[in-house]
Design a binder for this molecule. Structure first.
Ligand SMILES: Nc1ncnc2c1ncn2[C@@H]1O[C@H](COP(=O)(O)OP(=O)(O)OP(=O)(O)O)[C@@H](O)[C@H]1O
Length: 244
């Protein structure tokens, strides 16, 4: 199994505040990994550092053997919030439709598969004639998931893809992640719906106190601790399980 991600001694500060401290992480390709942590633990920040959107203060990030910013951008597909797209006035006007955003992705990402997007859009019920400004939170989230997963890259970063989404739609999104994952691609998914995503996961990364507290296979959580992912995670935050 090849290494998809190698992070060493990664540090990140914002406005003189240490957000992440000495992150070290190595991941094999082909897995679905849950990135768990309380509000403000640094999940979004870590994803933005991996994708190259945020510039690190020090340390190394190597994705699929590549460590240049441009190279990393071409092998990482990360979900952006629909709001961040809407705040981009050069791209979005009152009349901008879903199909215009699809075209935008086709224009900027040579790896974007229109076929794959169409399959997912059909499954998730996304209408390409809908106006972006009229999409509900859930429809916007479904669109962002389909756009993100339609790129053909080695690693996908799904940041809170279930936030503000009803239960039926959450189930559909989880199903679509499983259905459209290539065997050799890697998905890192952050979510506070730990129980719901746990069926997807091969491995869990727990962020706590600005650091990676632990990286553990789900199988080990079950066999060593006889717990589900959610119970294990809660116990760590409550101080009941040691990572020694
Ligand atoms: N632009 C910023 N300026 C200063 N601090 C920031 C900025 N963005 C994030 N932070 C801080 O960085 C820390 C990590 O934030 P981040 O959004 O990465 O956490 P998270 O784990 O994704 O949280 P959540 O689960 O609430 O989405 C928080 O303490 C947050 O206040």
């Amino acid at each position: 199994m090849s290494k998809i991600l190698e992070i060493s001694h990664l540090n990140y500060k914002k406005n003189n505040k240490q957000i992440l401290n000495n992150i070290n992480l190595t991941l094999d390709s082909g897995k679905i990994i849950g990135l768990l942590g309380a509000n403000g633990a640094g999940k979004t920040t870590l994803m933005r550092l991996i994708s190259g959107v945020n510039a690190k203060n020090s340390g190394k990030v190597i994705v699929s053997g590549i460590d240049t910013k441009a190279g990393i951008k071409s092998c990482v597909s990360m979900t952006y919030s629909l709001d961040s797209l809407k705040k981009s006035p050069s791209r979005i006007s009152a009349g901008t439709k879903v199909k215009n955003i699809i075209q935008f992705y086709l224009d900027i990402y040579p790896d974007f598969s229109f076929e794959k997007y169409q399959e997912m859009a059909k499954f998730l019920g996304i209408n390409s004639d809908d106006k972006l400004n009229s999409l509900s939170t859930g429809s916007g989230e479904k669109l962002m998931i389909a756009l993100t997963l339609a790129r053909q890259v080695p690693i996908y970063l799904l940041d809170e893809p279930l936030n503000g989404i009803d239960i039926m739609t959450r189930k559909k999104i989880i199903k679509s992640v499983l259905q459209w994952k290539n065997d050799n691609s890697t998905i890192i998914i952050s979510s506070h719906y730990v129980k719901e995503i746990s069926s997807l996961l091969d491995e869990v990364i727990i962020l706590k106190d600005k650091q990676i507290y632990q990286t553990i296979p789900v199988e080990d959580i079950q066999t060593q601790y006889h717990l589900g992912v959610e119970e294990y995670y809660e116990q760590i935050y409550e101080g009941g399980v040691s990572n020694e």
